[in-house]
Design a protein around this ligand. Structure first.
Ligand code: ADP
Length: 274
């Protein structure tokens, strides 16, 4: 499903003394089936941007088109339930959203909410467990008996069980150690390839953007600073540094090589050879 932001503005608390412009003139195209990272400093507008993708927020100017669904400032009626069925949202600490008495009920909650009968939802839950790295026995456990890592996987399975076409991930590996971080990210990457979802990952880790995303959107002070393919973004290393974003290790490595060896060094190389 393609996602298009057209000259989007988002103003919080419009018309009050606390009014805040969080997004301004944002025009972006997120291609269907892409893995897009949204990066930027705290306060740059990442969360505000992605909350437009499932209609949690509406633009105060401009339009957001998610497949056949269009959101705009005028409260035109759209089928928000149908939109949310297509867009799975994984927040930071998704385990905080668990509330049922068994893991099975928690995973099935989403699909049942969208009208899938319990038996079918349970079948999907069973299929999903190995994908998220959990054993089938866990279905009868209480989510609150589980370790933090297991709880997070259950919560993620709950989102995937609705079979969303768009997956929006807001720092889904927050606070995990490097191994846990890699495992959770790998799970999403595998799901993305299998289901060909349009995946949008919010992260402040440049390494994640470089490693997993094919498209990158850089936000700075509520505006789109850069958007495009990974290589195009990392070519603008100087600007990224100016707005305080770290470069990923491979780009830093290439820069070091370039600094040490210029094309002018070629004659020196042959001298060394002699
Ligand atoms: P990020 O996710 O990049 O940290 P946010 O989208 O959370 O950025 O915030 C963008 C700007 O909007 C910030 O200045 C933030 O303080 C402000 N903001 C976010 N949420 C609200 C809100 N509910 N009410 C008022 N201002 C908000």
């Amino acid at each position: 499903m393609e996602i298009v932001f057209n000259e989007v503005e988002h103003r919080y608390m419009e018309g009050t003394p606390f009014e805040k412009v969080a997004l301004q003139d944002c025009t972006i195209r997120i291609p269907s089936g892409s893995f897009t990272a949204v990066i930027g400093h705290t306060g740059s507008g990442k969360s505000t941007l992605i909350q437009h993708i499932n209609g949690l927020l509406r633009p105060t100017k401009g339009t957001v088109q998610i497949g056949p669904y269009e959101l705009k400032a005028e409260k035109k009626k759209i089928d928000i339930r149908a939109l949310r069925q297509q867009v799975g949202l994984v927040f930071q600490y998704p385990e905080h959203q668990l509330f049922e008495e068994t893991v099975a009920k928690d995973i099935c909650f989403g699909p049942m909410n969208f009208g899938v009968p319990f038996e079918r939802a349970l079948k999907r839950a069973k299929e999903l467990l190995p994908q998220v790295g959990l054993p089938e026995e866990i279905l009868t456990a209480s989510p609150f008996e589980l370790s933090g890592g297991q709880m997070r996987r259950v919560a993620i399975a709950g989102v995937l069980a609705s079979q969303p076409k768009v997956l929006v991930l807001d720092e889904p590996a927050a606070s995990l150690d490097p191994e846990g971080h890699e495992q959770i990210m790998r799970l999403f990457v595998d799901y993305h390839h299998q289901q060909q979802t349009t995946t949008v990952l919010v992260t402040h880790h440049m390494e994640d953007a470089a490693r997993y995303a094919d498209q990158i959107i850089v936000l700075h002070e509520g505006k789109v600073e850069m958007a495009g393919g990974r290589e195009i973004i990392f070519e603008q290393a100087e600007r990224l540094r100016e707005i305080g974003l770290d470069l990923p290790a491979p780009v830093r490595f290439l820069e070091q090589i370039k600094q040490r060896f210029a094309l002018a060094d070629i004659p020196k190389y042959y001298e060394l050879e002699r």
